[in-house]
Write a protein of this length. Structure first.
Ligand SMILES: [Cu+2]
Length: 170
């Protein structure tokens, strides 16, 4: 009987140790849901597939900018203009082409870059319009869905000659 009693005591001690261990395991398991809660954050980059942004047509005013190259130099007229989100800017080839309209992706507000790019038809490359070769050719960019900010632009062939401007979206 004594022998059995010791065996039971030892067994109880082992059980106690085990259950204690399990309790500790349970508390650590309860703490793990926190890391798993971060998994939705890793799903966030899927919004980076917003490369498939649809163009948003202009709903406001259309502002005209002339593209000029003459004996006074190469320039946009006006070079600086302020518009509202939802307006459009129509670039008109006047003289001295070819000209185009290009935005440097590095200078464009990140939250509107994809939308502005989507709003530019027949691009040569990201944020870069085709060349306008002949007088009265024009290229219109909708600023629909483009957020307020400062949008510097230039003419690719004449950037070195200072043919650039700034559109401020209010
Ligand atoms: Cu030009």
């Amino acid at each position: 009987m004594r022998f059995y009693g010791l065996a039971l005591l030892a067994g109880a001690a082992v059980l106690g140790a085990c259950s204690g261990g399990e309790k500790k395991a349970d508390t650590t398991a309860a703490a793990t849901p926190a890391p798993s809660a971060t998994t939705p954050a890793t799903a966030a980059p899927s919004t980076g597939t917003a490369g498939a942004v649809a163009p948003i047509p202009a709903t406001g005013a259309t502002h005209e900018v002339k593209m000029i190259g003459d004996d006074k130099g190469y320039r946009f007229e006006p070079a600086n203009l302020t518009i509202k989100s939802g307006d459009a800017v129509k670039f008109i080839m006047v003289t001295g082409g070819p000209h185009n309209v290009a935005f440097d992706p590095a200078t464009i507000p990140a939250d509107s870059k994809a939308q502005l790019d989507a709003n530019m038809p027949q691009k040569m490359s990201e944020l870069s319009s085709p060349m306008l070769m002949n007088p009265n050719e024009s290229y219109t960019i909708s600023f629909g869905g483009v957020k307020p900010g400062v949008y510097p632009f230039h003419c690719t062939p004449h950037l070195a000659m200072g043919m650039k401007g700034v559109i401020t979206v209010q």
